[in-house]
Design a protein around this ligand. Structure first.
Ligand SMILES: C[S@@+](CC[C@H](N)C(=O)[O-])C[C@H]1O[C@@H](n2cnc3c(N)ncnc32)[C@H](O)[C@@H]1O
Length: 353
């Protein structure tokens, strides 16, 4: 991160240095104390937007090694006064922090995520979840939409559903809406509104998806070349299941989105009983859920439409091709891809080739 970008972050109009000075030597927040009681292993902790390090001190006292990320140099100065080898302070925006996978037993983010640019929050939340260990604990406080600060353009004020949505795939251990008169850090009485949440990271799972095994009147199979692949690598069309969607519906939706093939252009032939399971080289996080691999369910169709109706989804697909059974070996070049496809063809189209 260059100095200029860092300065831009600092000059968002928020008086962090004053806030940090005023809140120095306060007690840790109650939610942090509560969250600590849920942590099994007192190993590694991350305090995002640690400010005056009051929560950090409590994490250190409980035996954690603590990483703190904050944009203000004063946080580093305060850390020097604490003099603890288990504390490491990183002065940078959390959006630029180099998250390690499954490093932390607890991540604390009190009154900081509302200051992240909404365009970046999804990928940040994914990074946060991916860097929590399984059964790791996250605790955070968000500003509610009735807070006295609510007209600030540089802060996000959440509704209850918006906060719950950020954590919808995880086990909620505690959730509380707090709306009351309170003293702000300058000692003025204000109307405060916030949401406090503690969650536990769930075990990762495989992402389910559907694949269309489509054959035309010449007994050729429809393959696509994705823009994310090199030119010579092809695959069957398909994609990941959306929440609440049946897998057959996923197949129809993906074929429409990727190739403009409607269900009227397809005659359903059958489906494979077992998915093809693939393990990712490292876990990936989507919508705050960690996946260690994918399970692809195969559906067979005869194409009864016209080729001239096929239109590629330009962002994702470079090309498509009808390929005979004999020539599949020239296009399905990833590990096991050809063998898996042969097996599914045999199961769904027993009379082919
Ligand atoms: C309202 S204070 C909260 C401090 C502390 N967590 C607490 O609960 O008292 C917000 C803190 O987040 C820091 N901060 C703001 N934007 C940040 C960002 N993009 N990355 C890291 N820290 C940030 C500020 O410097 C400040 O210390």
């Amino acid at each position: 991160m260059n100095k200029k970008t860092l300065e831009n972050n600092k000059t968002s109009g928020l008086e962090w240095v004053d806030f940090i000075k005023e809140t120095k030597n306060r007690s840790p927040r109650q939610i942090t104390k509560n969250a600590l009681s849920w942590v099994k292993n007192k190993g590694q902790a991350l305090d995002i937007g640690g400010g005056a390090l009051n929560d950090t001190k409590s994490l250190l006292e409980n035996g954690f090694k603590v990483d703190v990320v904050d944009i203000e140099d004063i946080t580093l100065d305060i850390s020097k006064e604490i003099k603890n080898n288990n504390l490491e302070v990183h002065i940078k925006p959390i959006e630029d922090y180099d998250f390690s996978i499954e490093k932390y037993d607890i991540i604390v983010a009190n009154y900081v995520l509302p200051f992240i640019n909404p365009k970046k929050i999804k990928s940040l939340m994914n990074n946060i979840f991916s860097s929590l260990k399984i059964d790791g604990i996250f605790c955070g406080i968000f500003f509610g939409n009735n807070d006295f600060y609510k007209n600030r353009s540089d802060t996000v004020f959440h509704t209850k559903n918006q906060v719950l949505n950020l954590f919808k795939n995880h086990e909620k251990l505690y959730f509380s809406e707090v709306e009351k008169k309170c003293l702000n850090y300058r000692g003025n009485l204000e109307h405060c509104h916030s949401f406090e949440i503690i969650i536990k990271k769930n075990k990762p799972r495989h992402r389910k998806g559907s694949v269309g095994l489509i054959v035309n009147s010449k007994n050729e199979f429809l393959l696509v070349n994705l823009k994310s692949f090199k030119d010579k690598y092809f695959t069957l069309a398909g994609g990941g299941q959306d929440n609440g969607e049946l897998l057959l519906e996923t197949a129809y939706r993906e074929l429409k989105e990727e190739l403009n093939i409607s269900r009227e252009d397809l005659e359903f032939v059958g489906e494979s009983k077992k998915p093809v399971v693939f393990y990712f080289s490292k876990p990936t996080v989507r919508e705050c859920v960690e996946y260690t691999g994918s399970e692809k369910f195969y559906f067979g169709f005869k194409f009864i439409g016209n080729d001239n109706e096929i239109k590629l989804q330009e962002d994702e697909i470079r090309n498509y091709k009808w390929v005979s059974y004999e020539n599949l070996k020239d296009y399905l070049l990833f590990d096991n891809q050809l063998e898996d496809t042969y097996e599914k063809i045999k199961e769904i189209f027993p009379n082919l080739p």
